[in-house]
Design a protein around this ligand. Sequence first.
Ligand SMILES: *Cc1c(COP(=O)(O)O)cnc(C)c1O
Length: 433
Amino acid sequence: MIAPHHDSISKVLANHDAFVAAGAKAIDQHGCYPLLVGIRKDALVGNVRRICQRIAPRTLCAVMKGDAYGHGVQLIVPHLIPFCSRAAFVDNCEAAAIRAAAPEIKLLRLRVGTTTEIAGAMRAGWNVCETIGSHEKAQEINEVGAHTDTLINVHVSLDAAGLGRNGLPMHDESELHKIFLSLLGMTHVRVASVGCHFPDAADSNAADTSDATRNALERFVALVRGMRPRFDEFGRPPPEISAYSSASSCAFGASGVIERLGLHCFDRIGNSLFGLTSTAKHPEDGTRQVMHAATTVCDRIFRRRGSTIGYEHAYVVSDRDGLHVALLGIGWSSVGRYYQGLGKTDRPAYVMNSCGGIHRLLGRQSMNIMTIEASDEAGRGLKSGDIVYLTTDYGESVEAPTVSRLSVLMGGVQTEFITSLFGGSPSSLRFVF
Ligand SMILES: *Cc1c(COP(=O)(O)O)cnc(C)c1O
């Protein structure tokens, strides 16, 4: 049997001390939670600056749906708003949180609202630009406006990518024209912007003239150009244009296609703000992960050769001298059921100590306790009370548990699924550092 390592992990990661200090303060204020989710302010602001520089003269519409992809609207709004021309949300609770912190910012609802949501936003006086994708919805909003004698801004979405969920169909140009004429004639609706959404642009090649997304984009621009004179005829100000989200903004943002309309354009960016697209095919270069999640080691135990660890005896200790195991006080009920699979299969998964050292997950993980190898590759041993990162882009290791790597390990789930799990977990305490 080897002597157990009881040397403490010395802290060398830049930002680790700031993370721990802010986490301790948050625990003092809000109580103890096993999952510490730190929102890294300098990464967020750095990402936003970089995105704004790249997309200029188009402006930034920060997408904060899903409680800002799990990062927490309240936490991030104060740092983002100074850089944005508008903020986008989906649920009314997100709109309330944005409005509380930013009374002036223009608000855009990213999907078609229900009648109750739209009326609720009206009553609250949030001045929301509501998305419409059908003539019926426009009529409904016009009636709400007439009822309260208010002019309601709308964002007309065209279903350019054929998603079949958010926009007017584009195949019948004369039908689309008729709908626009009707919209422009409505007394309590104003068409503030026209947009489309290409969420699958990751595989696109902007330079290829036969690229499907590029063609859809060209068609979108041609249709809007055809509609443009009608705005003047009706004495309405020209609409603003919004075609890009993170992936399409990176893939097509430099192509100048939508700028040809000569109208103000804004990009709707979510994932890139949080540093979740740096490894994509069309990356937002130089962005950093904003969410860093960590937990504390509960105990360190020893298991001899031949012992099994975790459910289904999936992991068998093969080390001649046995193995030290560190226990973490979270599990897949805290960080999502996909963690259940990690360690059960041959897929490797890791956590990182405050020195940048990597620890393997051992065996199938359970509901609220995780088992990891106590030593990292340099032989540094974790002990009770040490902090390990479950997701972070600290350090250079190719095994560092970044959100993008976890997404691959979890079977290719969307990166925002992971940040939503960590940020939205009832076990987590979120704070800014
Ligand atoms: C979510 C969403 C976006 C932002 O997408 P990202 O890929 O996260 O940048 C943009 N537009 C619409 C309509 C959306 O629903």
